[in-house]
Design a binder for this molecule. Structure first.
Ligand code: HDD
Length: 711
């Protein structure tokens, strides 16, 4: 052994060399390269190897010509390691780049064979594995979790008749009606082309310029400016398939269907101020919340609901059901629950699973079919195409997260990164190789295979080729008005403020004015509020291609009207300090956990603090655990501790924010000095510790007019 390698080996052994080697292996403190061949290890998996199975003797030092000499090209271990590392990143998704995924299971809770022949819905209790990826749309993969943005809600069900991907959003409508406009929409919302900012934000010139010129976007704008676009948790948002799809039953009869995911924990949102502060306090807020909930066994669930209707009903509506900027009010067609999705397992490897997951709206199963929605039709091409450029090969379906869990066989062959090894000569069809005793490969199955649905009306369609939009697609405002008028007073104020905020960031005056001129078609009061907020004159009303109509308000469109009074899945921050009463904290914690919530203990120091009744360790330090991270807060403090904390900005802000974000604040008598300093005034949501469970973690919106101008 040369002196150089002798020295290197010594450095690999903690305690022997000069540089102790840290545990980079993440394998419980065991360093592979520390295991000497004579250490009695016979487990071949324990040895580090290169990608071709050669054992590696030294993972710390590259091969040098002499102790202080240059590195040798011959060092295949170094070259392979750096080569692989250099290529670790793949192109990020052009939209929905930042996402979080989890595994789960989907179960049919109501059989609906009369509506669809989809195998999963033939029997109550049928189930299949699932994978879900939630995402923001505009930001890059490393952007924050809480911008004002639409959230992707992509579900992959690995059914026994193939994968069904329902690639939806947390908003039931879309910005545009035709896929032709998608690249323009995305270009306008992403960072501006010359300056490379803003990241993950729609509050800039190009987005609002495009939106102002596209009146069809106005309905979705109402949703995007509402609290739906600043969700509290991925576990507490609705999902929507957006388009009208088709259910087809065994008799070949088709009906339209819209898909909904209803969160069992209810819908919750943040306030804008809170979302902005969370972005700083914890940019991974949603990702962490999802991961930790699943790891703790709090498995988030959604009910799958459907709105089913036929052509005759569709023809009577004042909107076109093929138009993806329109929803169907639940009051008109109730949402019927047919299944439940449970996310019960985190991914083992973020890249291999979440990043490489490829969703395709074209992945449907027999019993579910597309419609002529022009946005959906374009999506059917885009996703397949993008996976090739993202994942590099047409064989992306072989990556485990994408592969169906039912058998698949066809005559597609070869291509980059082919991992299957088909045997025999049969790679074409038809063939008669069976007659020669050879395997002849799979054949089409007309009885059970996917057969595209042809509606009666479409059968007689002369199939003219036209670049047109159907007439009712021209009603751009009725449903934007429906959405706005279905909100509570606070929610309407949030929409107005969001519009003022976003348009204040717009530099171009004519773009601002144009958007406000469109708002006048939605609601005059909204337009006036926004114009006043921007300090501009109310512009003339934009000409509407089709005059809007009034639809009856729908409570299902409001978050606040559906608010669920529960502690389930909610996180409560409890502040304590030296001298706090441990028994009160323990009692409160137990009660919250019994009600399905979780507790996060916050103190000025984390290492362990002397309290009445022992020592207590906090889960987080005060300045690093602002109250925006919790759904409600409580405090158990001695008056002296509260007095001392009232001189600390982080403590005062803790209460000020919780109050400003309309959260429940439960406190003991001792906390008063801090409450006074934070201007916390008594109301229904500011309660004594004993009343916390009764009050719960709901928001106290009645407080809002006292802390914010809602005019
Ligand atoms: Fe899309 C990704 C949802 C319209 C083109 N889209 C993507 C994802 C979601 C949606 C959730 C992320 C999937 C994942 O987690 O990997 N997209 C929608 C919804 C739409 C929609 C609900 C309207 C109803 N999308 C849409 C159109 C086009 C695309 C009209 C193009 C014509 N979408 C894409 C894409 C992406 C994508 C470029 C980027 C990454 C990917 O597909 O896999 O192909």
């Amino acid at each position: 052994m040369s002196p150089a390698s002798d020295n290197a080996l010594a450095q690999n052994r903690p305690g022997q060399g000069e540089t102790p080697v840290e545990d980079h292996a993440g394998n419980g403190g065991e360093l592979h390269q520390d295991i000497a061949p004579d250490a009695g290890h016979d487990d071949a998996d324990a040895y580090l190897t290169d990608n071709f199975g050669h054992r590696i003797a030294d993972n710390q030092n590259s091969l040098r010509a002499g102790e202080r000499g240059p590195t040798l090209l011959e060092d295949f271990v170094l070259r392979e390691k750096i080569f692989h590392f250099d290529h670790e990143r793949i192109p990020e998704r052009i939209v929905h780049a930042r996402g979080s995924g989890a595994h789960g299971v989907f179960e049919c809770t109501r059989a609906i064979p009369e509506l669809t022949k989809a195998s999963i819905f033939q029997k109550k209790g049928n189930s299949c594995p699932a994978f879900v990826r939630f995402s923001t749309v505009a930001g890059g993969a490393g952007s924050i979790d809480t911008p004002r943005d639409v959230r992707g809600f992509a579900v992959k069900l690995y059914t026994d008749s193939g994968n069904w991907d329902l690639v939806g959003n947390n908003i039931p409508v879309f910005f545009i009606q035709d896929a032709m406009k998608f690249p323009d929409l995305v270009h306008s919302v992403k960072m501006e082309a010359d300056r490379g900012y803003p990241q993950a934000a729609s509050a800039h010139d190009t987005f609002w310029d495009f939106i102002g010129l596209m009146p069809e976007a106005m309905h979705m704008i109402m949703w995007a400016m509402s609290d739906r676009a600043i969700p509290r948790s991925l576990r507490m948002m609705e999902g929507f398939g957006v388009h009208s799809f088709r259910f087809v039953n065994a008799r070949g009869e088709g009906r339209f269907v819209k898909f909904h995911w209803k969160p069992v924990l209810g819908i919750e949102s943040t306030t804008w101020d809170e979302a902005v502060k969370i972005a700083g306090a914890d940019p991974d807020f949603h990702r962490r919340d999802l991961f930790e909930a699943i790891a703790a066994g709090d498995h988030p669930q959604w009910d799958l609901g459907v709105q089913v209707f036929d052509e005759a009903w569709a023809a009577e509506q004042p909107y076109d059901i093929l138009d993806p900027t329109k929803l169907i009010p639940e009051e008109d067609i109730p949402v019927e629950i047919i299944g439940r999705l449970t996310l019960d397992r985190n991914v083992d490897n973020f890249f291999a699973e979440t990043e490489q997951a490829a969703f395709l709206p074209s992945n449907v199963i027999p019993g579910i079919d597309f419609t002529n929605d022009p946005l959906l039709q374009g999506r059917l091409f885009s996703y397949l195409d993008t996976q090739k450029s993202r994942l590099g090969t047409t064989n992306f379906h072989q990556i485990p997260i994408n592969a169906p869990k039912c058998p698949f066989h066809n005559f597609q062959r070869d291509g980059m990164m082919q991992t299957l090894v088909p045997t025999g000569r049969a790679n074409y069809e038809p063939n008669s190789l069976a007659e020669a005793g050879e395997a002849s490969g799979p054949r089409a199955c007309p009885e059970t295979g996917f057969a595209s649905f042809t509606a009666n009306a479409e059968r007689n369609d002369p199939a003219q080729k036209l670049r047109v939009r159907a007439e009712l697609f021209a009603d751009h405002y009725s449903q934007a008005r429906l959405f706005y008028r279905s909100q509570t007073g606070n929610e309407q104020a949030h929409i107005a403020s969001a519009l003022v905020f976003e348009l204040s960031k717009v530099q171009l005056g004519h773009v601002r004015a144009r958007v406000v001129s469109r708002l006048r078609n939605i609601d005059e009061d909204l337009a006036r509020r926004v114009a006043q907020g921007l300090a501009i004159d109310l512009p003339d009303k934009a000409k509407a291609a089709k005059a809007p109509i009034d639809m009856p308000p729908s409570d299902a469109l409001s978050i606040q009207k559906q608010a669920r009074d529960t502690l389930e899945g909610r996180k409560v921050g409890i502040l304590f300090a030296e001298g706090s009463d441990k028994a009160s904290i323990d009692t409160l914690k137990a009660a919250i956990e019994k009600a399905g919530g979780s507790v996060f203990l916050v103190a000025p120091k984390v290492g362990g603090i002397k309290v009445k009744g022992g020592t207590l360790k906090a889960d987080g330090q005060l300045a690093g655990s602002p109250s925006v991270l919790f759904d409600a807060i409580a405090s158990v403090l001695m008056p002296e501790a509260a007095e001392a904390l009232s001189k600390q900005g982080a403590a005062v802000q803790w209460f000020m924010d919780a109050y400003g974000h309309c959260k429940t604040i439960a406190h003991c008598k001792g906390t008063q000095a801090l409450l006074d300093k934070a201007n916390v005034e008594p109301d229904d949501g500011v309660v004594r510790i004993e009343d916390f469970i009764k009050t719960g973690a709901k928001r106290h919106w009645a407080r809002e007019p006292r802390i914010r101008d809602l005019a």
